[in-house]
Design a protein around this ligand. Structure first.
Ligand SMILES: [Zn+2]
Length: 319
């Protein structure tokens, strides 16, 4: 497996990708759903890790009265909830209506265009590297809620099929895109096997995820304002993803961790951290912007950023 990295070149720490007012609305709607469908904190503390199956899990954080567990072996973080409740959340109509509104989509286009271009370049480049010519390949894109991103990806391939879930895919394809979807999976191995069934032999899976071993996730714990139930039911670690994909019949070709927002998220939530977190307070108070940027670059190189991308190939003969 190749562990690669790409560095941010921006002169300042990256801006948030979410529009503040839409994000707080999403957060509020999610909290409403959770209040109506809460999983009691006390009843689920002994669930094994959904990625590596270890029983060695401990309470990591409690957010909106929902417990998050951490796997002590692979460092993945997860809510010990059943898949049904996560599906109900995904189908919660107030959130669907908000995210499909023209205004939401327009602001997403405005704020995310540059990152989508970079994502598409990565997709095109890696596809050429691992599968040769791009245009003739067929693509299934699962759960992509951004019209602007769908348009950009569609322009790269002759056959492009966006689907809400992998169950909606009617045919097999050469490539499946699973961008920021693993966070809704309480049974990721089952999901990967379903995905594998929809990929032609030797085809590729591209996956992106918020990861549990990311710097801001591990630092902020319950003080995070970007992780919340049930939007983030699973934050797999890089190791956990590797284990689960290999178990599901994939060969992991490449993992990168190009996230650029870890330090920004931590600095924006500094007040919520305990006063004795001296190293972070020192970073925040004393270091200049350039040094902080170099720190973020280190996080990217060491796969410690909380946004990861993976390319995996379905093993020959599988399905
Ligand atoms: Zn684990």
């Amino acid at each position: 497996m190749l562990r690669a990295y790409s560095l941010t070149n921006s002169k300042e720490l990256s801006q948030r990708l979410n529009d503040k007012s839409f994000f707080s609305l999403e957060r509020q709607l999610a909290a409403e759903f959770v209040r109506q469908n809460a999983v009691p904190v006390s009843t689920n503390v002994a669930k094994p890790c959904p990625l590596c199956d270890s029983d060695n899990t401990v309470l990591f954080a409690v957010i909106d009265n929902v417990s998050y567990l951490r796997c002590c072996d692979c460092w993945s973080i997860f809510i010990p909830a059943c898949q049904e409740i996560i599906e109900e959340y995904r189908n919660y109509s107030p959130i669907i209506a908000l995210r499909s509104s023209d205004e939401y989509q327009d602001i997403a286009r405005m704020k995310r265009e540059r990152i989508w271009q970079e994502l598409c370049f990565w997709l095109q480049f890696r596809t050429a590297r691992y599968s040769g010519s791009n245009k003739e390949l067929s693509v299934i894109d699962i759960g992509n809620r951004y019209e602007g991103l769908r348009e950009q990806i569609q322009s790269l391939f002759n056959s492009y099929c966006p689907c809400d879930t992998i169950n909606d895919a009617k045919y097999k394809a050469d490539i499946v895109l699973f961008f920021t979807q693993i966070q809704y999976c309480t049974e990721p191995i089952t999901e990967f096997i379903k995905i594998s069934d929809k990929i032609n032999s030797n085809g590729l899976l591209y996956l992106s995820a918020r990861v549990g071993n990311g710097f801001d996730v591990l630092t902020l714990k319950s003080a995070t304002d970007t992780i919340f139930p049930y939007e983030h039911a699973l934050l797999p670690s890089v190791d956990g993803l590797y284990i689960a994909l290999e178990k599901s019949g994939f060969e992991v070709l490449e993992i990168i961790s190009p996230g650029s927002l870890d330090l920004r998220y931590v600095m924006e939530n500094m007040d919520a951290l305990s006063d004795d977190n001296l190293l972070l307070r020192y970073l925040y108070e004393k270091l200049d912007e350039q040094t902080l940027l170099e720190f973020q670059s280190f996080l990217q190189k060491a796969n410690l950023s909380s946004h990861a991308r993976i390319v995996a190939r379905k093993r020959e003969g599988g399905g």
